[in-house]
Structure formats: C-alpha cells, structure tokens
Design a protein around this ligand. Sequence first.
Ligand SMILES: Nc1ncnc2c1ncn2[C@@H]1O[C@H](COP(=O)(O)OP(=O)(O)OP(=O)(O)O)[C@@H](O)[C@H]1O
Length: 251
Amino acid sequence: MRDSASAPSLSSSADQPVSTAGETTRLPINVRGLKLSLKGPAGTVDILKNIDLSIRAGERVSLIGPSGSGKTSLLMVIAGLEQAQDGTIEICGHNLRKLGEDGLALFRRHHVGIVFQDFHLVPSMSALENVALPMEFAGRTDAFERAREELTAVGLGHRMDHYPGQLSGGEQQRVALARALATDPELLLADEPTGNLDGNTGETIIQLLFDLARKRGSTLLLITHDEGLAARCDRAITMRDGVIVSTGESA
Ligand SMILES: Nc1ncnc2c1ncn2[C@@H]1O[C@H](COP(=O)(O)OP(=O)(O)OP(=O)(O)O)[C@@H](O)[C@H]1O
C-alpha cells in the first residue's frame, strides 16, 4: 500500500523529493552517513561505517561482498528492524531514525516486503494464514481473498491449506514470496533467498521474484553470494568491512 492515507500514523514530513532530469521523484532508499554499532561479547563493534546509499524507484540492485562485511546488517537497518546510531535513513519517504517501535512496525507493514534465506514462516499456520496474517495486521478486510490470489500467482493454488512442514523448501520460499508481495510493497528486500535451495529450485524462485517485483513496480534490493545472480540485476553494490566500496554505478 503506497497511499500515505492508508498509514495515518506514519509521518510523511521526511519526504525529500529529488529532482532528476526535470521531474521530481522520491528515492525509495536514500541513506547518508549511516553508522551502526552493536554490542558483542568482546565489547562494542562498529558494523556499518558511514554508509551513503541511493537506490532509484524500480531498480533491481544486488548487495554483494565477503561474509561479515555487513550486508545483512545494512538490510536490517533499511527494513527498520535494526536502529542505526547515526546518519539519515530515508526509506520510502520516512525518516526511520524519527520513528519509534510502533512507527517502524507500521512502516514495515505498509512499505516493505522481506524474503529471508530460511523462509521465516510460522510453522503452526497454513500457507494461506501465513500470507493473510500481515494483511490482517495492516487492517485489510480482504486479507484471505488476496492471500489466495497471491498463492495462486506463485503457483501454490493447490497447497494453500498445507503447513510449512508439509512443503518443500522451494514451496516454502514461494509462500514467503507471496507474503512479502501481498501488500504491494514499494520496496522488496531479499537476503540470500536461494541460499537454502538447489540450483533449479533457486532459479525458479529468482524468476518469480524478478517477475513479480517488476509487475508490482517494487524496487528490489537483493543480498547474494552468487555472482551470476548479482550480474542479472541493474547494478551490484559491493561491501567490505562495513563500508560500500563500489555502488556499481557507471562513472
Ligand atoms: N547482533 C550482533 N551483535 C554483534 N555483532 C554482530 C551482530 N550481528 C552481526 N554482527 C557482526 O557484524 C558483522 C556483519 O555481519 P552481517 O551479518 O551483516 O554480515 P554479512 O555480510 O551479511 O555476512 P554473511 O554474508 O556471512 O551473511 C559481522 O562481523 C558480525 O559478526
């Protein structure tokens, strides 16, 4: 749901229109000077150091880099699941550093879909319930009807009443994809979505992910260790040791 009227508790005062080639548009991801430190067993660790990042509407961007370079941490901050200590973090027109827990939950519900490597489905709920639940939380009265449509769109019309434990890995990721896209999110975030799948199944999921993101007009940010997959995106952002070392933009 992109209509700000549907999220009345979310301040839109942080909207920062950006002018490009004569037209005014808003960047779905506009981050400046982001710093994230977390407390580990050996003390505080600087995880993300002065990150600047802009992603345009409709772009498909991969996020690559060695293990431990900070990819998931950056995705978590952009998703509003981790709070940075410093910087400006404008995502889909909202300054995340000005939102509290409730505001961040609303922001996620209305603007962001997330797909994880290990699916993150609720095991005690059917595929249909897993997809419908976030929409019910968002106050949609047609949650179950929409969930049926979404599951059909990912080829699971015949598995709606199955529980995650009764589904293959590929089928579980289809459910997760249906759930992530059910609210027509402006931003789709994926953290190694094929990491737990075999090559053929992973390819099918990626095709679906690209296809559905394009049809919905969602901007895609995708973490991957697969160079071939990264190359299929519009550009690849490379991280190392908590900093972005390449934005993948041609000079
Ligand atoms: N909750 C936490 N507390 C302390 N340190 C953390 C925490 N979460 C992550 N880290 C550290 O932050 C660094 C970046 O981790 P992150 O998971 O973002 O890297 P990544 O690039 O996604 O790695 P991978 O490719 O292996 O998933 C790592 O050194 C990690 O150990």
